[in-house]
Design a protein around this ligand. Structure first.
Ligand SMILES: C[S@@+](CC[C@H](N)C(=O)[O-])C[C@H]1O[C@@H](n2cnc3c(N)ncnc32)[C@H](O)[C@@H]1O
Length: 543
């Protein structure tokens, strides 16, 4: 007999004591949250119990029953430890094996429900908690889990999210947990480059387009000095490590992340079906991936697709101003840039909530601004797009290119701006110029957006308004025409709010139309997650 076989036979002979000791040690490790070590001991316990059950088959039903009961609990506890290590697929497998032994095992149902909840599979999780609730041990926490599943399932199906109460409480307490949601959108080939996200139905301003949880996010408070730069580099390194871990931990995440663009040959990229991004529709759980990871490719993907939370088209709710965060959200990574964007995002905890920043028609591509498109004339935007590694193909860039090629006047005007001409004179020159250049209708908003800096200066200065106020359009007209093309923007909103406050201070009461204009723009900036008027007013500093 070999040494190993001898040891195995010895184990078998003293198995009742061995099993007892393994079980208590594993449980102790579990309670101490030493997950890896407890998994190892539970694995030994599980293997040995199975051998015992086979050996006793047909002879001792009482002992077999007891052994099976302990096996079920061990599988459940190992599942718990695996879940804590984010090995969801293995945890699910252990839960299912435990439930094969006892299909109403309370602790296992609870563990499986929580794993499914973590995978955003809300209705499957609800089924587990419903069965668990029938157990006499069921406490209030099971009902709370059920309520949470129902709420998240409803959000995931309807997109009806509401953060008003959290806002009204001054963002007190933990960040609200959100469901993943995908609205009426599909991924298709884009005229801009590669793939893009498109509306399949009309979407009204503020309506949610998607809510998606980050693959990884990294945050910190970063100063503007040298130490800030260092801190930013450390954050980036940690972020890359977190993404790598998530990708290695789960083959579904890996597949989705690796489907993203590296910025090269986008025309050749496959167009994934939107259903791959719906957790509830995916039959996959998260299996650990054993394949090698092409780090060079992953780094290029992160370069092209990572988003900063405080970007110009984003708003972070519930955090202070110096806060800096970077993250990767797979579905949001299919959204191309446009200088006439129609969407924005709000960041809540690890979730990116993308909503319409103006009305969107069915078939239109969903876009947000990767960089500042208000206050940036064509040449500046070209530079910014270049630093992102692409040349922008949006309709505004095409329009302004054609206009500036034909127009020496615009070049002279821009040179004047660089020299620092009087803002009132500059606004007057643009407005008069547009008449000569035959810029009409919506296109006026495009140029006003490009030179927003001087418009803003004029409307913010009593002196300039006294001098130029009658010769230039009203602030409301300009804000309307700009938001019509570039969607809602915080600076436009601020301008309207300040205008209304000034009127109030001057003894005039704000009229209903003004308030409605502000609320509509507010919806475009924050999205319909702020559904209560009072919460919106709080955000706008009107309460
Ligand atoms: C986050 S990805 C967007 C999705 C990407 N088009 C795809 O197929 O996966 C960013 C990349 O898309 C391309 N892109 C985005 N907006 C663009 C635009 N307005 N014009 C040209 N290329 C654009 C650039 O190659 C950029 O590096």
């Amino acid at each position: 007999m070999g040494e190993e076989q001898f040891e195995q036979q010895e184990d078998r002979e003293r198995s009742p004591e061995l099993l007892q000791s393994l079980r208590s040690k594993a449980t102790e490790l579990l309670l101490r949250e030493e997950w890896e070590e407890s998994i190892q001991l539970y694995t030994k316990f599980i293997d040995l119990s199975r051998i015992q059950i086979t050996n006793l088959a047909g002879s001792d039903p009482d002992s077999i029953h007891k052994l099976k009961k302990s096996l079920c609990l061990a599988l459940c506890n190992r599942a718990e430890a695996k879940a804590r290590l984010h090995h969801s697929s293995e945890a699910m497998r252990d839960c299912d094996k435990a439930l094969e032994i006892e299909n109403t095992h309370f602790k296992t149902l609870l563990c499986k429900g929580k794993v499914l909840l973590g995978l955003s599979k809300y209705s499957s999780a609800l089924e587990c908690f419903k069965t668990a609730l029938l157990d006499p041990q069921a406490s209030e926490s099971v009902t709370e889990y059920m309520e949470k599943c129902k709420k998240l399932d409803f959000q995931a199906k309807t997109g009806a999210f509401d953060l008003s109460d959290w806002i009204l409480s001054g963002f007190r307490g933990i960040t609200p947990e959100l469901a993943e949601f995908i609205g009426s959108v599909e991924i298709k080939k884009s005229e801009a480059s590669g793939r893009g996200l498109f509306a399949t139905k009309n979407i009204v301003v503020g309506a949610l387009i998607l809510v998606t949880k980050g693959v990884a996010t990294e945050r910190g408070i970063i100063g503007s000095d040298e130490s800030g730069e260092k801190a930013q580099m450390v954050m980036w390194k940690n972020f890359v490590e977190e993404v790598t871990k998530s990708v290695r931990r789960c083959d579904r995440t890996r597949r989705l992340v690796l489907s993203l663009s590296t910025g090269e040959e986008e025309e050749k990229l496959e167009i994934p079906d939107i259903s791959l991004f719906r957790p509830e529709e995916s039959s996959e759980t998260c299996r650990e991936s054993k394949q090698d990871l092409d780090m060079e490719k992953l780094l290029s993907i992160l370069d092209v697709n990572s988003l900063v939370e405080d970007a110009v088209s984003a708003k972070v709710l519930g955090k202070n101003k110096e806060y800096y965060g970077v993250g990767l959200w797979t579905l949001a990574s299919f959204i191309n840039h446009s200088c006439v964007p129609n969407a924005r995002r709000v960041h809540v905890g690890d979730y990116a909530v993308v909503h319409a920043s103006r009305d969107i028609k069915a078939g239109e591509e969903i876009t947000f601004a990767y960089f500042d498109v208000l206050s940036s004339p064509l040449e500046k935007r070209k530079e910014m797009a270049e630093s992102w590694g692409f040349s922008c193909k949006c309709s505004r860039c095409k329009f302004e290119s054609l206009l500036s090629v034909a127009n020496q006047e615009i070049r002279e005007f821009e040179m004047g701006l660089e020299r620092g001409v009087d803002a009132g004179n500059a606004v007057y020159t643009v407005e008069e110029g547009m008449k000569r250049w035959k810029v009409k209708g919506k296109d006026k908003g495009l140029l006003r957006a490009s030179y927003w800096g001087v418009y803003e200066e004029v409307y913010n200065s009593e002196r300039l308004m006294r001098r130029w106020g009658r010769k230039v359009p009203t602030m409301e007209v300009v804000v309307d025409s700009v938001s019509d093309v570039i969607g809602s923007d915080e600076r436009l909103l601020k301008m309207l709010v300040e205008g209304m406050k000034q009127k109030k201070n001057g003894g005039c009461s704000g009229n209903i139309a003004e308030m409605e204009r502000i609320m509509k723009l507010g919806k475009g900036v924050y999205g319909k997650v702020v559904s209560k008027k009072k919460a919106m007013k709080t955000l706008l500093g009107l309460e």
